[in-house]
Design a protein around this ligand. Sequence first.
Ligand SMILES: [Zn+2]
Length: 411
Amino acid sequence: MTTTSFLLRNVTVVDGTGSAPVPGQAVVVEGRRIAWIGPVDSAPSTAPEHVVDGGGRTVLPGLINCHVHLTHDGTPDLMAQVATDTIPIVTLRAARAARVTLQSGVTTVRDCGAADEVAVELAKAIERGMIPGPRVQAAGRVITMTGGHGHFIGREADGPDEVRKATRTEIKAGAAVIKVMATGGVLTPGVSPTQTALLPEELAVVAQEAHNSGRRVTTHAIGRAGIHNALLAGIDSIEHGFYLDDELLELAVAQGTFLVPTILAVDGIIRNGRAQGIPGWVVEKAENEAQQQRASFAAAVASGMRIAAGTDAGTPFNGHGDLALELALMVEHGLTAMQALVAATRSAAENLGLAHEIGTLEVDRLADLVLVDGDPVADITATGRVVLVVKDGVVHRNELTDTGAAVPKAA
Ligand SMILES: [Zn+2]
């Protein structure tokens, strides 16, 4: 996986900003970065072996999934998997998930919770080039109340002092972002998705500690009171957000809070159900929330709340590498295809605090590129037809048959 320099010609550029697609373009990658973008005719002269013909396909910024769990794989019964897991097995599973994710055109993910620092360490292994995978912004363990949602991948803490210590401990352990639980959830036994979890003063401490350390903070929040508490605490993004209403949306829009809707997660549980081995209590909770989720997402779209794409990959029947399915659901429920593309590129990068490096195709940004078959602005499912993946200027997937020798088949 050596870094190279090459010219990708004959492509339509969709740059991630929401600007109209520009056909007949070329992109020059030099080392880790994008060096030049413009019309094919005025592209800098390059040795033929360093030219890749994109065949008129569409080039996008490397896609970003703001909510994954690399340590899990979409097993029907997550709790059963957790109960039998060992750290080596979880680590190997996470490495496989990372590879699958990158092959799908996703060059950056936010891992929203994993036990035993597996995701934090995996991020380092990828960064060092030990294994292929997307750039991982890992939350480490989630901060949750005793017995609260995700306690099996979390650090349980109660009261402002314990919550402060837990947040600082995660930062010390290497968390690049903080994930906190403001409500109950679907996949944890004994809690209701709508119940309030950590209290306003506890959430405020988490946000303060995260921000003091220069990190962003996101929260799992399904019920209305929990979302409200999180917004008042100044948390940067809401995962799931099934009970957004006019008052909450007004607050979210004013503060610039992101929503990561994860429509695919509920969808995967309901479509497969008990028949495929998902515990009944999980299916029941998902079914109870599905209607509200769709209504809440539609309201968020109408309000102009900032939306970033995320799948919650790792939850039942929600595998890695399926961001294209989430984008299709976002379009089905109210976004235009271009808005969905922005949600998975520039907006996602902003949500992760990385917009100065990734999320748009611009000179001097990191060379994270994905080439897809078809026109994703006309048909969002084109994002699932990936033929070339470049991360940090390194080619990790190349299905083009007509390229020069400079662009090696990925390891
Ligand atoms: Zn999650």
